[in-house]
Design a protein around this ligand. Structure first.
Ligand code: PLP
Ligand code: COI
Length: 365
């Protein structure tokens, strides 16, 4: 494989795939991230050889030396995307080029060797084609794809690794929230922040999620589903959830989401919903929103709806917000009509029921 070129990956079929009957049973109710396909994509990087040994092979465990850099200093990045089986036939990816670009940006931020975007796309597409029987057919279900890259040099000095392993695994999924949650309750994190200016908040690296877990555990203890993080400087501006961006819908029909300030993840769902909302004639503002204003607006009725969005969560209504000093409900605490319209419009494009006006669909077969 040339250093930066996209040559075909070699394909080694799993000699012991899951039996068709067992696979069909697993696909009935897969939950989120518990069931895996038969194969994975891997590509290695070394300073001497560049990207090499690209292949689709049987899904298997890694053999890592205990001193491997990623195990100590968390030099790791990942992506989340989905393959959709269209009711009319075939399967597609949604804006995979945007995931490839974000992965590239995350690699640069984590001082890792950036994977050429064509190679990222080629490995994701090849894996889904080999594991195509794992793309669920159930309504709303999809094949979640998890490309990731780890630092594999075995050395304890703190430095960027000289070697990397890129890998893509695939997992058939239904809803991210148990029982398909009609609306979630958020916990306002006051003790913990997710990202600071100059940090890694806008990169998709494992460390961000490790740092969010104490707050997430607190949310669960408080009977909430997810954390909403505030900015690290003033502890006032709503940023995002642990794994989702956030939107607000007002009584004049306008929609607002926090701006990409460097401390929140530039979500591809967020970006798509901004475009879809504008296509639907809604006014969309990318502006900061203060937590105290959120409560005032919810209590006065000026705020009508709020929702979280992301690849895993799709569009999930937010019903209640709790914190040490706050406790408020948004409208009647259920799913609102604008949220419903935006969700339906997004899913209609993703599942091929609406025209692809923006060139977002990548057809696999
Ligand atoms: N914010 C965070 C912290 C996330 O982990 C995710 C999920 O990937 C998102 C936002 C939404 O991003 P996307 O819509 O690209 O999945
Ligand atoms: C995704 O939506 O793809 C994510 O990575 C977020 C995580 C909560 C699963």
């Amino acid at each position: 494989m040339p250093r930066d070129g996209a040559k075909k990956l070699t394909i080694e079929r799993n000699p012991n795939p899951v039996a068709a009957s067992e696979r069909e049973a697993l696909l009935q109710n897969p939950g989120f991230g518990r069931v895996y396909t038969d194969h994975m994509a891997t590509i290695r990087y070394s300073e001497a050889r560049g990207w090499h040994d690209g292949k689709i092979g049987p899904r298997s465990a890694f053999n890592l030396d205990p001193s491997t850099l990623v195990l100590h200093y968390a030099q790791e990045i990942f992506e989340g995307m989905k393959a959709y089986r269209w009711p009319a036939g075939g399967a597609t990816l949604f804006r995979p080029d945007a995931n490839a670009r974000r992965f590239h940006n995350s690699a640069v931020r984590l001082a890792m060797a950036p994977l050429p975007e064509e190679l990222f796309l080629e490995s994701v597409r090849a894996l889904v084609r080999v594991d195509k029987d794992w793309i669920p057919t159930a309504d709303g279900a999809s094949l979640y794809l998890r490309p990731f890259m780890i630092a594999t040099e075995a050395v304890l000095g703190v430095k960027p690794s000289a070697d990397y392993l890129f890998c893509v695994i695939a997992s058939p999924v239904g809803s991210y929230f148990k029982g398909g949650a009609p609306a979630v309750t958020l916990w306002i994190s006051e003790d913990y922040t997710r990202a600071a200016p100059g940090g890694t908040g806008d990169a998709k690296c494992g460390g961000n999620y490790a740092a969010s877990l104490a707050a997430q555990a607190e949310a669960i203890r408080e009977g909430c589903d997810q954390v909403v993080f505030l900015d690290a400087v003033e502890r006032r501006w709503v940023e995002e959830l642990g794994g989702m961006n956030i939107f607000f819908v007002f009584d004049n029909g306008s929609v607002q989401t926090p701006p990409l300030s460097g401390t929140i993840l530039p979500g591809i769902t967020r970006d798509s919903l901004i475009t879809i909302a504008r296509d639907l004639g809604l006014t969309v503002r990318e502006e900061p929103y203060a937590i105290e204003q959120w409560q005032l607006d919810a209590e006065s009725g000026r705020l009508r709806e709020a929702f979280a969005c992301g690849t895993a969560a799709v569009v999930t209504p937010i019903g209640k917000v709790k914190g040490r000093k706050r406790n408020f409900t948004i409208a009647d605490g259920g799913a609102g009509p604008v949220t419903g319209r935006l969700k339906a419009a997004l899913l209609d494009v993703q599942f091929g029921r609406a025209a692809d006006r923006h060139g977002w669909i990548d057809r696999l077969f």
